[in-house]
Design a protein around this ligand. Structure first.
Ligand code: GTP
Ligand code: MG
Length: 475
């Protein structure tokens, strides 16, 4: 009879030093605090991690130090063994006999939780060849009589995986792949479901854990969509203004104001991206210089590369403005000139296309004297010059923001906790290209409403935007 102790399932993650035991735990339970390093012997004490959802512990995993001298430990046990029936007792004896000595320190630490009822998750590195000397530690684990599963970590290269599988099958009831650096929710769910088959007594607890985590995963998608929708409203309504004593100050203030405006937009985006990472229990705000990846041009919100890749094509923009009647955002106050130039355009006429597309794809907003603008009647009471920059005039701008945040969200979702860096941006087709035409139309309509009514965004526009972003996030 195996002793699996309490009703809350417990799993001891064991294996040789430096094979990825702690990494498997970090990714499985989404915990960045687990100590991982290329240096062998990083984990020296057992650490128990309780996985909780809504304040209830669903199961625990125990990180352990790696086997150090399994051959000698096995030899000690075998010398004293009479039949297979008393092997567990001999393992217990080993743990007790060397208490307080410097012998078998790691082995005693890692065996204790197993003897106390934890099931075994044996982690190997599938990148390395299988060697006979792993058999001593697998033998000791078998002697404990506890339910056990083997996990082949780093199976990516595939070179030695078949050997490992054949060998592990001899010792373990279940053998699974689990790449600590490349796991997403699906892999975690499958592993948890496999746990349930290890010990019948734990079946219902594990089933509850899986459904609680599934519900949590769905809640996360919902939260992410709200973060993105709120970010879009904040970015589309942002505007800065200053009052200048006289006209001559304008050229000097202009570039500062414009820079400030674009930096604030970058900041709105960055904060939203950090928030998205937090939803998945990742942190983006405390990167140390050595973990920080070098920023390329495509990382900046306003780089040409970003807009080329993430934004709508000129033709798509033109079609959208025509179909929705959405005026380009520059439109907000100063669109009159542009709008009439645009209306006068014969569709497809190159001249018109040029003018229209320039406004719709303009990456930078410019500061202007409000009193100069055709649609604004605001004169500063003190008779100074009121200069304003924003809201951002381009219809392409919200699409770029949306595409970047959806891309970011899927990267965060695929980001295994054992890994330090966020996976690189997706290659190929932009998210925007995958949005169907009718959704694009509805989006451009709502974007344009928000840009126009930036002082007081109608509640319906916010609701519509959330709804659309939810649909996109669900896909
Ligand atoms: N590329 C890659 N590296 C991994 C993977 N899993 C672990 N590593 C690396 O392997 C090294 C050891 O990982 P740990 O998780 O600390 O291994 P451990 O078995 O807990 O090690 P000890 O605590 O020292 O026994 C670290 O540098 C990890 O980043 C993986 O799936 N892919
Ligand atoms: Mg470790």
């Amino acid at each position: 009879m195996s002793d699996t102790g309490t009703k809350i399932p417990r799993f001891a993650v064991v294996g040789r030093v430096n094979k990825g035991k702690s990494s498997v735990i970090a990714s499985l339970i989404e915990n960045d605090a687990v100590k991982i390093s290329p240096r062998p012997g990083t984990t020296t004490e057992c650490v128990r991690y309780d996985v909780e959802v809504d304040g209830r512990v669903l199961f625990s995993v125990i990180d352990t130090p790696g086997f150090e001298d399994a051959p000698r430990a096995l030899h000690w046990i075998k010398q004293r063994e009479e039949t297979a029936a008393d092997r567990v007792e001999r393992v217990r004896e080993l743990v007790a006999a060397f208490e307080g000595t410097d012998d078998f320190v790691q082995e005693r630490r890692l065996l204790r939780p197993i003897l106390d009822g934890a099931a075994i998750l044996y982690v190997v590195n599938g990148d390395e060849p299988y060697r006979r000397n792993y058999e001593t530690e697998m033998e000791i684990l078998r002697y404990t009589g506890q339910p056990a599963m083997a996990l082949i970590n780093r199976s990516g290269s595939g070179a030695h995986v078949d050997d490992w599988r054949r060998a592990l099958n001899q010792y373990f009831k279940l053998v699974r792949f689990f790449d600590a650096h490349a796991v997403a929710w699906e892999n975690r769910r499958k592993l948890l479901e496999a746990f349930a088959t290890l010990e019948p007594k734990w079946e219902s607890s594990i089933a509850q854990a899986v459904s609680a985590l599934q519900a949590q995963e769905e809640r996360r998608t919902y939260q992410v969509a709200n973060i993105i929708a709120d970010m879009l409203v904040d970015a589309l309504t942002l505007h800065l203004s200053v009052v200048l004593p006289d006209e001559r100050a304008l050229p000097h203030e202009r570039s500062r104001l414009e820079r400030d405006f674009h930096d604030r937009l970058r900041d709105i985006e960055k904060k939203a991206h950090q928030k998205i990472a937090t939803v998945y229990l990742h942190r983006l705000d405390d990167w140390s210089p050595e973990t920080d990846i070098e920023l390329g041009p495509s990382d900046d919100l306003f780089s040409k590369e970003t807009w080329d890749v993430m934004g709508l094509s000129p033709r798509a923009l033109l079609t959208l403005t025509t179909l929705t009647g959405a005026a380009a955002g520059g439109a907000v106050d100063a669109a009159v000139g542009f709008a009439s130039a645009f209306t006068g355009t014969v569709l497809g006429g190159l001249g018109g296309l040029g003018v229209g597309v320039y406004e719709l794809t303009r990456r930078f907003a410019s500061a202007s004297n409000v009193a100069d603008q055709a649609m604004s009647a605001v004169k500063d009471p003190k008779d100074g010059y009121r200069v304003r920059v924003g809201p951002h005039p381009s219809l392409n701008f919200p699409f770029v923001l949306l595409a970047r945040s959806l891309d970011h969200a899927s990267r965060v979702q695929a980001w295994a906790h054992a890994k330090k860096e966020l996976p690189p941006p997706g290659e190929g087709e932009s998210v925007v290209d995958r949005i169907d035409a009718s959704t694009k139309r509805r989006l451009s309509k709502v974007f344009s409403t928000i840009q126009k009514k930036y002082r007081d965004v109608p509640r319906e526009a916010r609701a519509e935007l959330r709804k659309l972003v939810h649909q996109l996030a669900d896909q």
